[in-house]
Design a protein. Structure first.
Length: 261
């Protein structure tokens, strides 16, 4: 199933995620985030874009097993909607997400984002092929080309990581949900400090989307740059920014990750 096939099923209260979108024993977090975004968007006033989403990964959302999408519209104000979503599997909550949607309004405050970092063009960066058994299953759908930092388990103690990313097969549109899926494809930066594989998992994930969303075509490359704020005691705090190829800010991401190594 493609990303679009799975997102189309978000209109139902129950979905089954195929194993080719797995990340270890769990579903790829970017896909669960995209599903949450799509499902919550369906219950708010049309025309209100998602401004922010906070996700807590309570437990693994397992592929191949029905997962219920329980959505609650907490408040529908004049310009802002707040939505709560739970993913429940086998009677237990596996994911909780809070989405904030808001229409624009006039304001005297207008501050442009900082420019994107300098990076080589994606055509000048080495392609990352999918290697079955060596990479998470979902990586067969997303291509990443490194520009910053080092790869996981390389033992290189850089504070940053990132590069260009796109779907290997372009969807019909690159909307908010699809962008969510791309953002979470990158491994946590602290993993590059390790010299051998160690289990790891995201505890929380927060994404803020810019509005109006800069123009991004389905086959466009997006630039991702993440940096460690702090890492100790088996946890890492990481923030990231995402730009389109024209250098326009698309999204901001923040993650708390547990590293068992």
């Amino acid at each position: 199933m493609t990303l679009e096939d799975i997102l189309a099923s978000a209109s139902r209260n129950e979905v089954i995620i195929p194993a080719n979108w797995a990340q270890g024993r769990a579903t790829f977090g970017g896909l669960t985030g995209a599903l949450a975004c799509e499902r919550m968007q369906s219950v708010v006033t049309p025309g209100r874009p998602m401004r922010a989403m906070q996700v807590s990964f309570v437990g693994p959302v397992e592929p191949g097993i029905p997962v219920a999408l329980e959505v609650e519209l907490l408040r529908e104000g004049k310009s802002v909607s707040q939505v709560l979503l739970r993913m429940v599997q086998d009677g237990s909550t596996r994911l909780v997400a809070l989405g904030s949607f808001g229409s624009g309004r006039e304001s005297e405050v207008s501050v442009s984002p900082l420019p994107a970092p300098e990076a080589p063009a994606p055509e000048d960066c080495e392609s990352t092929p999918f290697i079955e058994g060596m990479m998470p299953n979902f990586a067969q759908f997303i291509e990443m080309r490194w520009c910053f930092g080092s790869r996981p388990f390389s033992g290189q103690k850089h504070r940053d990581m990132g590069g260009w990313m796109q779907f290997r097969e372009a969807p019909s549109k690159l909307d908010e949900a699809a962008i969510m899926a791309l953002i979470d494809a990158w491994p946590p930066v602290p993993l590059s400090h390790l010299t051998s594989f160690a289990p790891n998992s995201s505890l929380t994930w927060s994404v803020e989307l810019m509005d109006p969303l800069p123009t991004v075509k389905p086959d466009d490359w997006l630039l991702y740059h993440a940096s460690i704020d702090r890492a100790s005691d088996g946890y890492g705090n990481v923030h990231a920014q995402i730009w389109n190829r024209q250098g326009e800010l698309v999204a901001i991401s923040r993650q708390t990750v547990a590293v068992f190594g």
